[in-house]
Design a protein around this ligand. Structure first.
Ligand code: MLT
Length: 230
């Protein structure tokens, strides 16, 4: 198996991932939120980068609408991007369109790969189990506004640590080594990072604790042919 980790989606060339199993990571918070929503029984989730396209799709399909800009819920939306909002009671059996600043764009960038799955610390072991027979895994870290984000890359390192690939690109090696050093204290490793501090400053402290708990979920969101994640 070969694993390539990409720090941001601007580093990803469509042609290079066409035959790969893609894994999208946006730890804080999109991939954690979608994993929790589907674990809580949501029927299907569609990720759209553009806000107005997301609004139109949710109207056309008559489904719920979730997501954020600047980490905050948008006017007229049913949900923000906090995983804790997506409870069984609210999401069971529902189709949800979501738009988020970085994560949804990363999911769109992964379209066209052989398969597309969503990974976070919540489900990283389960993701590795689904990929154990893959020949090529391409890990797309969402990053923040096209810049490297340590939370996503550290989670990519956790995935690499489970996958034990024969071949890894340099970022995969670096992040695997970093994860192995810090796996006992993910909060300690991430609490000074920009997006962690920002989410804390706008009141999402509980989300941070939730998103940094490892392997609490078995659900692995996977993109179907029609672009919806189930
Ligand atoms: C994103 O997609 O940029 C994030 O999930 C932002 C957030 O933490 O809400």
């Amino acid at each position: 198996m070969k694993v390539d980790v990409y720090a941001t989606i601007k580093d990803v060339e469509k042609e290079k991932i066409r035959h790969a199993d893609a894994v999208v990571i946006d730890v804080l918070r999109m991939t954690s939120t979608v994993t929790n929503a589907l674990s809580n029984g949501a029927g299907k989730i569609r990720l759209i980068g553009d806000e107005s396209k997301a609004r139109k799709l949710s109207e056309r399909e008559n489904c719920l609408l979730g997501g954020e800009r600047g980490g905050k819920k948008l006017d007229g939306f049913d949900f923000g991007n906090s995983p804790l909002e997506y409870t069984k009671q609210k999401v069971s059996g529902k189709a949800i369109v979501m738009t988020t600043t970085n994560g949804a764009r990363a999911a769109e960038a992964a379209c066209g790969a052989k398969s597309v799955r969503l990974c976070s610390f919540l489900n990283v072991y389960s993701v590795s189990e689904r990929l154990k027979d893959s020949e090529h895994v391409a890990v797309l870290c969402a990053g923040t506004h096209d810049l490297f984000s340590l939370d996503d890359c550290l989670c990519a390192g956790a995935l690499c640590s489970y996958l034990k690939a024969d071949e890894e690109n340099d970022l995969a090696i670096a992040m695997r080594l970093l994860f192995e050093t810090h796996k006992g204290d993910l909060t300690g490793a991430l609490e000074r990072t920009k997006h962690y501090r920002y989410l804390k400053s706008i009141g999402f402290y509980e989300d941070l604790a939730f998103c940094l708990a490892m392997n609490t979920h078995e659900k692995v969101p996977v993109m179907e042919e029609d672009g919806w994640f189930v």
